[in-house]
Structure formats: structure tokens, C-alpha cells
Design a protein around this ligand. Sequence first.
Ligand code: URA
Length: 180
Amino acid sequence: MGKNKKLLEIAEEVEKCKICKVGKSGKAVPGEGSPDAKIMFVGEAPGKTEAKTGRPFVGRSGKLLRQMIDGLGLKAEEIFITSPVKYLPDRGTPTVSDINHGKTHLQKQIDVINPKTIVLLGNSACVAMLGSKIPILKRHGEVLEKKGKKYLITFHPSAVLRFPNKYKEMFKEDLKFLSE
Ligand code: URA
């Protein structure tokens, strides 16, 4: 089976998943991009705009992320953008159990795409992929190697939007790793 077909099957699984929907609403947001992406961006959970459209990172923080990606000379079609949690949490922020469940779908996507580098956008992404919270302000820019993959720790774009003077330059610097 081709990678595209496998990713579609995972997306259908997310659409049918009853556990995913607990305490959440809106359309499923499985993620989008190239099945052969070398770089994968992992966020937290869809926001309202994402839940309306079914597309990841299309709201305000998504615009910022996509601008940064453009600025690096990367094309949206060359990468894959997703989040561990696939539906909009009623409380805005997902719980650890939301992340741990969503991660089962995310891991399947990673297994199909097999990216070289995974960009961890904030703490929920770190919990999903590294198994614990990370002090982002202290460790942003760090690249960890695990089972042949690189994990770049950085800010979630919504934090950058909230404190642009404080975080925007650091976020930009962290992401430069991707063009190297
Ligand atoms: N924030 C996320 O973490 N993921 C999305 O898909 C959108 C906003």
C-alpha cells in the first residue's frame, strides 16, 4: 500500500475514533503535507479555525508558523504539519490523557512518513514525543537524537504570538536548524 493511502486510512481512523472525541468538538484535524516529508512539525491541538476547516495550523498561530516555514525556504508541500491531539479540546488545552491517546494516531503517521527531523512546538509536543514536560525557555533550540530521528525543541507559535518581543527572535533562531 502506498504512503498516501496509509495516511488516508489513519485520517479515517481519527474521524471514527470515539476516544479522540471525548471532551472535544469540531472536525477531525489529522494533519497535512507530504507523505515523504523530511521534516514534521508537531503542535498541541487544533484551535477553533482548525476545527472549522479540518486543516492544521490555519488560525493565527498557524499563519505565524507558515510564515516562518516560508522564510526558511521550505515549501508547505515538502513538510508535514500535525498535532498529537486531533480535535479541539472543550477546555482549550488538552489533558495528558488526550495527548497520550492522540499520540497513538500521531505515531502511526510518523511510522508511515518516517521524517528525519521532528519539530516539537511547545510542551504538549514534548510530552507526546519525549514522554515528559520540558522547560522550553531553558532548552529551546536543543536537538535530541532518538532512534535515528532528530527532535528540535522550540516554542509553540501561540506562545510566540503572546510574547513576540520575548520569543520571536529565539523561535526564528531555533528554526534555522532546519535549513542547515
Ligand atoms: N495549534 C496546534 O497546536 N495545532 C493546530 O493544528 C493548530 C493550532
